[in-house]
Ligand binder design. Structure first.
Ligand code: ADP
Ligand code: MG
Length: 695
């Protein structure tokens, strides 16, 4: 066993290293600037850059890079060497403060959704000093925000940082009213990451996995997840070796990888880190996904991060555990034992309920993608309907407040929120609801809708902003109040009564809930093309503008980017299906049918009575006609799609026509695949992919 404490963070220019290597005055000034959200001055940046460079060189780095998160959902980096020429024709290793705080990558090939004319290709990146620099592949990576030269936001980090500022300000206002002063409130996240591992040799043979990350064909294997024996089951040696190495790589980068276990579907696993501040959690989750893929390859495996790599078994999500915490480390969603804390808790709880109810659309949109559409509502993931699970105890407390009645057996006089009537909530594992999209889990909310491939920035930008909005509105009102306790009680009561429709403690996977939700007037935005356009609804633009997260133009550009991405993903998937069909599937069926026909003829010639050959050949031949007809339909739909010019209409068409034709094609092809003899199979089957890693 390696010395983990020594290993942990060994490739990170973290607090300890900074304290150690920076002059005390610089370190102090740096901390203050970060705390107060002020830009760093050049003199300070020069000192830090030099210390960073020396440290990086000692760790074998030769390059540096502004590591940023464009709208592609993955990270981008452009490596520059530290090399600088000297007058004597030699080279030294150099890194200036200017290079540390700002970079100028060519932004023209990153998605901008029409924000930036191509002639204005410049963009700039600015260091986010709240996230530590680290070394990856001998390169000093500096976490940065990415903007266009004219200042429009082109990435996911900038709005996330802004949303953190917004929620911090609003929460501090509320806390002040309750007599708590704190320098800032941080939104914290622990993202649980689900993924699949498949054998690389098998993966290589599947064009669908290679090109699209999910299987586009595949008959069900005789066994799937029915036995429920994979969840928390014994981890196979090769997977174990992968997890061990992944943990070590992540620890070196300061990622708090904590829990590794098997998930529900065969070949599915999960990694959960210990929570940290949201922007660091977002950076770390990007690194986690990157290293999952890399480390898998070293073990002859491929890591699939797609939300639904296999039909018929569970897909993968990313459970976003979210809370708010003061600079002193007080978790604001901890129900606590004392009345004082309960007031605070109920107030934050009410704000969150209101936020989720009023901005259901935004939360839904924040998890919308072509991949996640296959997962949401597919029987193992929350439906596309947003609701909140509170559990019996919390619900009973709010119901009592709503009815202005004592909670449980407490006498009426006790039922003032300020009194010691509300018992500490027990973090009870039986009171868990895994079917809820937004569940209270003891001292945090778990948003379960984000897809496994997502950057967590999007969902957290929304969460932070909508909660900031409600806290601000609450503060506006409470600042006028004379009796704060009474005012809080009234506010909690009113809010719960107005928004209790969002609370649902039952089974979210049932049809009965879909009907009940419709009765309650909750939104059910089933697909990405249906959900995304609501991002530009007036109330949403007003929200983002009010909290300085996005301008209207930036919101519009994001819708464009996301719709375009949806269309592109479907286009690639459809084209891959057609290619597999013509190159692999139809020839395979044909080969088998020919052999069957030849065998039937041989038998006849030999005077043996007809066996299964003719019947099977007939059946397969019929399927191939069905397949071919479906493929023509898909081809027609695909070319019709390219003629549509607005992204909103194109996305709807891809969903209604292209995707529908893909489903038809797959259904026919899977029926044929199930009948093919082993040697005719064009690619590894579901059974082989899902149960193929046995060493
Ligand atoms: P589960 O039963 O869902 O696995 P855990 O207690 O293991 O619950 O937590 C799951 C995730 O929630 C972990 O990543 C954990 O660090 C994170 N978490 C715990 N407390 C908080 C918090 N206050 N804020 C954000 N995330 C948290
Ligand atoms: Mg969990």
């Amino acid at each position: 066993m390696k010395d983990v404490p020594k290993l942990f963070g060994s490739l990170v220019f973290n607090e300890t290293i900074m304290k150690d290597r920076l002059p005390t005055a610089t370190y102090k000034a740096f901390k203050e600037a970060v705390q107060e959200n002020r830009p760093l001055d050049l003199a300070m940046a020069n000192v830090i850059a030099n210390a960073m460079k020396d440290w990086a060189l000692e760790h074998g780095a030769t390059h540096f890079s502004h590591w940023f998160q464009p709208m592609t959902g993955i990270t981008a980096e452009k490596h520059e060497s530290f090399i600088a020429p000297t007058a004597e024709g030699r080279a030294i290793m150099d890194f200036s403060g200017k290079e540390l705080i700002q970079g100028e990558p060519d932004a023209s090939s990153f998605p901008s959704g029409g924000l930036r004319a191509t002639f204005e290709a410049r963009g700039y990146t600015a260091w986010d000093p709240t996230s530590y620099a680290f070394i990856k592949d001998d390169c000093l990576c500096i976490p940065t925000a990415f903007c266009s030269y004219t200042g429009e936001v082109l990435d996911k980090k900038t709005p996330l940082l802004r949303s953190m500022t917004a929620v911090s300000k609003a929460a501090c206002r509320i806390l002040k009213l309750l007599g708590i002063t704190t320098a800032k409130v941080t939104s914290t996240v622990g993202p649980e990451q689900e993924y699949f591992l498949v054998d690389k040799k098998m993966w290589e043979k599947r064009k669908d996995l290679v090109y699209t990350g999910r299987t586009l064909f595949g008959a069900k294997s005789p066994r799937g997840q029915e036995l429920d024996d994979h969840y928390f089951g014994m981890i196979k040696p090769r997977v174990m070796a992968f997890m061990k190495e992944l943990d070590e790589e992540l620890w070196k980068l300061g990622v708090l990888a904590k829990t590794e276990h098997n998930e529900v579907a065969p070949a599915q696993h999960e990694l959960a880190p210990i929570f940290t501040s949201t922007n660091v959690a977002a950076d770390h989750n990007q690194l986690t996904m990157e290293f999952m893929k890399r480390v898998a390859l070293r073990h002859g495996l491929v890591c699939l991060l797609h939300e639904k790599p296999f039909a018929g078994v569970n897909g993968s999500g990313k459970h976003n555990n979210w809370s708010l915490s003061t600079a002193e480390g007080l978790n604001l969603l901890d129900p606590g034992k004392e009345p004082y804390k309960n007031i605070r808790f109920l107030l934050f709880l009410a704000a969150i309920l209101k936020a989720v109810d009023e901005y259901q659309d935004l939360l839904r949109i924040s998890v919308a993608s072509a991949g996640n559409d296959h997962r949401l509502g597919a029987n193992e993931a929350p439906p596309a309907i947003v609701s909140v699970f509170l559990g019996t105890e919390l619900t009973a407390i709010l119901e009592a407040i709503a009815a202005d009645k004592p909670y449980d057996s407490m006498p009426v006089t006790y039922m003032k929120v300020s009194d010691n009537t509300i018992p500490a909530l027990v973090k009870d594992n039986t009171d868990r609801n895994r079917t809820s999209p937004f569940a209270f889990t003891g001292n945090k909310f778990e948003f379960r809708m984000p897809g496994s491939m997502f950057s967590i920035s999007g969902p957290n930008i929304v969460l932070n902003t909508i909660v900031a909005e409600e806290l601000d509105n609450f503060a506006d009102r409470l600042e006028q109040a004379e009796d704060i306790e009474n005012a809080v009680y009234k506010l909690v009561r009113e809010t719960y009564l107005a928004h209790k429709r969002i609370v649902f403690n039952g089974n979210g996977y049932t049809d009965a809930w879909v009907q009940e939700a419709a009765k309650r007037g909750l939104l059910n935005l089933k697909s990405t093309p249906e959900a995304l356009p609501h991002l530009t609804d007036a109330k949403n633009i007003a929200l983002f503008e009010k909290h300085n997260i996005f301008t209207a133009a930036e919101v519009e550009s994001r819708v464009e980017i996301l719709l375009e991405n949806y269309c592109t993903v479907l286009k690639i998937e459809a084209a891959t299906m057609l290619e597999m069909l013509h190159k692999d599937i139809l020839p395979a069926i044909n080969a088998y049918v020919s052999d069957l026909a030849a065998a039937a003829l041989d038998k006849k010639a030999a005077g043996i009575s007809a066996g299964f050959e003719t019947k099977l050949a007939e059946k397969l031949s019929n399927y191939s006609s069905e397949i071919y007809a479906a493929s023509e339909k898909l081809t027609t739909a695909l070319s019709a799609a390219t003629a549509i010019h607005t992204s909103k209409e194109a996305a709807a068409f891809y969903h209604d026509s292209v995707l529908a034709a893909m489903v038809e094609l797959r259904t026919a092809a899977d029926k044929a695949e199930a009948l093919l003899g082993e040697k005719y199979l064009p690619y590894p089957t579901y059974g082989e992919l899902l149960f193929g890693v046995n060493d």
